[in-house]
Design a protein around this ligand. Sequence first.
Ligand code: FAD
Length: 326
Amino acid sequence: MGDSPAAQAPPVEFDLPVHGGFAPVGIGETEPSDIPDAEELEIAGEPGQDPAAAFRRTLGMFATGVTIVTTQAGDQVHGMTANAFMSVSLRPPLVVISVDRRAKMHALLHEGRRYGISVLADEQRGLSDRFAGRTAEGTEEVEFDLVHETPLVRGALAHLVARVVRSNWGGDHSLFVGQVEYARYGEGQPLLFQGGRYQHLLERAPLFSALPPEILDMITSGGIERTFEAGEFVVHEGDPGDELFVILEGEARVERKGSPLATFGPGEFFGEVAVIDGRPRSADVVAASPLRALAVSRELVRSTIEREPRAAWAMLEVLAGRLRDD
Ligand code: FAD
């Protein structure tokens, strides 16, 4: 697909003076010796703080996903946990990772070498600890798939294979810019890292499905059974969040702007959070096959909880459990 020069022109807001035909003047020209020493860093807040620790904590406020960077050296697969991963460009497709100069991974990467990125799913926290050297080797077998001669951690939420096209000085780290050769994404929730600890997205964490069965029965007993043809919308993004659904038969796919986010099957719930906060739906839900589901109205949920304090307490217990990082 050939783009005209006009189509390739940068958007107006990036239309800065261009130096050498590549980048705006000044970008990529700083020499390592131009960087001020760490002592010149001003730390706000309590006097007497250790500047390095305060700087680290400040950076830790930025929430990221967690990846395993992998590469193959001979027949050896080496992996390392990294959250310093970032997209750089769509055309050409570029990403960058920042690797500690003391890491074994650092000695293995150089221009022309490929690295794999496996974006970890929420339930893969054990792998993050493993590849950060926090847990002993051999506790759990790690499976890799080889793509473009590059190992990728099986079961991850997304995969990329990139070939190092630039390696740049980055203080005590180095930046490895990679041209992406392969990309794949799946469905699920990502593992998150913020404030020096793992975090979770609460958006899709179970709520009603985690209630004790007798409380769940009270809430769902007044539900109305509905059927949907394959491909039919169950809810549209922006619709009022006035019902939750329990799937009795078939599958439902959650989509945002046409991209699949998750698939739910029999016994699973969706619309759990919207029915409590009453806010509009944040995604479409489409029947992925002929679907039979129980619809429970917000009104029914509210009246059951008002009538039955045990139900309110059980929900608080589930919500409190979701806030724990265990
Ligand atoms: P090692 O320390 O030798 O190996 C790492 C671990 O992976 C070891 O336990 C090893 O046994 C295991 N391992 C390696 N290959 C395999 C394999 N084939 N099968 C099974 N196990 C294997 N550091 C950075 O430089 N940049 C970052 O962006 C970064 N982000 C991080 C984010 C998080 C959330 C965490 C917890 C750590 C992060 N680190 C980062 C630190 C980094 O993960 C560790 O310092 C790591 O130990 C460096 O790995 P290494 O290449 O030196 O190899």
